[in-house]
Design a protein around this ligand. Structure first.
Ligand SMILES: *[C@@H]1O[C@H](CO)[C@@H](O)[C@H](O)[C@H]1NC(C)=O
Ligand SMILES: *[C@@H]1O[C@H](CO)[C@@H](O)[C@H](O)[C@H]1NC(C)=O
Length: 402
């Protein structure tokens, strides 16, 4: 339970909603024999435990009689008004003969500041948070990290001594909200930050792995690309990933992009004979959270015609460590999608459907007009026959009718 998932190592982190709170109370549980903590800027009193209220007491600092400027001796106590950070050290009080009466180690510092906290989930069950102190306190510090759910369930955000300033919450419910409390505590007091975390807001998969790009024989403009789920994302029917691919000729600056739910894709608009670089990223299938970092690069050159050039062996570099923390040279090309091949296909299809409808319409009108032109002549002949018959009947003499 206490070990963090390996997928949570990425430094990049994202926030849900932040709630800032702080409270400062007097520190407890820092009692150490012979150590006294004090706040920089406050008045600090060192009392000579061996000789309370006694005069004729001498104070030394770090074994010498030189004391910080501005300090005052009062009834055997040493008063340091508005103590400066540099006034810390090992103090000792002595009687008139130089005999040691007591010694105290003074440690000066500051109250804890409110830590800044960021949280990230790289799978759909666990999230981890890391924090940075906002104040250098110069004092021993520890952190209390807990969470509370909407249903008032309280639990620890587990800290791993191997990874300071980080804690993890395991076996989370994807749709629940967690209110995280990171409290910084030192001998002078404490300070906490609250952060509302929901998995669907902070989820950010690790990059897909095992990216492979290959030329397609006898298709000079095509590249076949395949990849795998990140190992930190156990595959489950309810929690799938979708992917996006970015690719460009190595020598060109702008990326083309295509989205897919599959684990492979064929690029159809590559440039024959030019080496291309390809990367893939992942996001929750239902669009929760954020896109992963880009995967490691893979390169390939679409071959001209049937023959595959020798340069095409440089196909993959799968299995490299994910470059999550590398500054990406490419601008984050999220909503640009300038030359999305899917879009082109969609436009072609809709054009086709449109022209089909126009054709059908023209055909329909032609048939209708043709029918219109034919019908009256038929009716007319019928009418003629009928009239002729009627006239004929009327023209007959009555006895013949009866
Ligand atoms: C969440 O963390 C636990 C403990 O580290 C691990 O066993 C589990 O596989 C993780 N869940 C997912 C979905 O990765
Ligand atoms: C946060 O945690 C600290 C330490 O456990 C506690 O003193 C404080 O009351 C908590 N704050 C809230 C708002 O729960």
């Amino acid at each position: 339970m206490c070990t963090p998932t390996p997928g949570l190592r990425s430094v990049m982190v994202l926030l849900a909603a932040a709630l800032v709170s702080t409270s400062v109370t007097s520190g407890e549980g820092w009692r150490e024999e012979g150590v006294q903590y004090g706040q920089v800027g406050a008045d600090v009193v060192l009392s000579c435990a061996g000789a309370p209220g006694r005069s004729g007491v001498e104070w030394w600092r770090d074994g010498a009689a030189a004391l910080p400027e501005g300090c005052i001796l009062r009834d055997g106590d040493l008063l340091l008004p508005q103590a400066e950070l540099a006034a810390g050290g090992d103090y000792s009080c002595h009687d008139g003969t130089g005999q040691l009466l007591c010694s105290v180690s003074l440690r000066l510092g500051y109250l804890p500041g409110i830590p800044s906290v960021t949280c990230r989930a790289s799978d759909y069950e666990n999230f981890s948070c890391s924090w940075t102190p906002s104040v250098e306190t110069f004092l021993p510090t520890r952190y209390i990290t807990t969470y509370r759910t909407q249903t008032s369930q309280v639990g620890p955000c587990v800290q791993d001594p191997g990874r300071p300033h980080t804690c993890s919450v395991h076996k989370c419910e994807f749709w629940s909200s967690y209110r995280l409390n990171v409290t910084e505590v030192n001998p002078l007091g404490s300070s906490f930050r609250l952060l509302d975390v929901t998995m669907q807001a902070i989820i950010k998969p690790d990059p897909p792995e095992g990216l492979v790009v290959e030329p397609v024989p006898s298709a000079p403009r095509r590249l076949r690309v395949r990849w795998q789920y990140p190992a930190s994302w156990p595959k489950q029917p309810h929690f799938q990933l979708k992917f996006r691919l970015q690719y460009r000729p190595v020598a060109h600056g702008s990326w083309s992009m295509v989205e897919t739910v599959n684990l492979s894709e064929v690029i159809t608009d590559a440039f024959s004979g030019l080496e291309h670089v390809v990367q893939v990223g992942a996001k929750d299938f239902l669009d929760a959270g954020n896109w992963s970092e880009w995967s490691a690069e893979a390169r390939a050159t679409p071959g001209p015609g049937l023959t595959v050039t020798p340069g095409d062996e440089a196909i993959t570099n799968a299995g490299l460590e994910s470059p999550a923390e590398m500054p990406s040279l490419a601008p984050n090309p999220e909503p640009i999608d300038r030359s999305d091949p899917m879009e082109k296909v969609a436009i072609l299809i809709s054009l086709g459907i449109f022209s089909f409808f126009i054709l059908a319409l023209v055909l329909g009108i032609t048939i209708a007009v043709w029918l219109r032109l034919r019908k009256p002549s038929k009716d007319e002949t019928k009418k003629h026959d009928f009239l002729a018959a009627a006239v004929h009947m009327r023209a007959l003499p009555k006895p013949q009718i009866l």
